[in-house]
Design a binder for this molecule. Structure first.
Ligand code: FES
Length: 119
């Protein structure tokens, strides 16, 4: 089944929409890599090591198709907020640490909506 991905600007004034066939997805492909493959820019200065936070996106819909936050991701947010993971609660993810779980969108109509400040 294809997965519909919508990439929104932070103010929700612009979006780009992509149909992603599951054959394109690789279990080792991060959301950051997938978004880049779709032609959308994603910031990064650490190369996906969970250090810079530039790849941060907010998941607006479809969080269930992603893995749970990794230990590296939790550690990043703990460093940023002094121990609280408030941003994780609000749906923010480091796209370099988020992976699409292919088995989670086998039903038709699965969607993942994300936004970031620079789209
Ligand atoms: S690329 Fe640096 S934290 Fe994700």
């Amino acid at each position: 089944m294809p997965l519909l991905i919508q990439c929104w600007s932070d103010d929700r004034s612009r979006k780009r929409e992509f149909q992603v066939e599951d054959t394109l997805l690789d279990s080792k492909m991060s959301l950051m890599s997938l978004i880049q493959k779709l032609g959308m820019p994603v910031g990064s200065s650490c190369g996906g090591e969970s250090q810079c936070g530039w790849c941060r996106v907010r998941v607006l819909k479809g969080a269930e198709v992603l893995n749970a936050p990794t230990e590296l991701e939790r550690a990043y947010y703990a460093r940023q907020t002094g121990g609280e993971n408030e941003e994780l609660v609000q749906g923010f993810r480091l796209s370099c640490q988020a992976y699409i779980q292919k088995e989670s969108f086998e039903q038709e109509g699965a969607e993942l909506w994300v936004s970031t400040t620079y789209w």
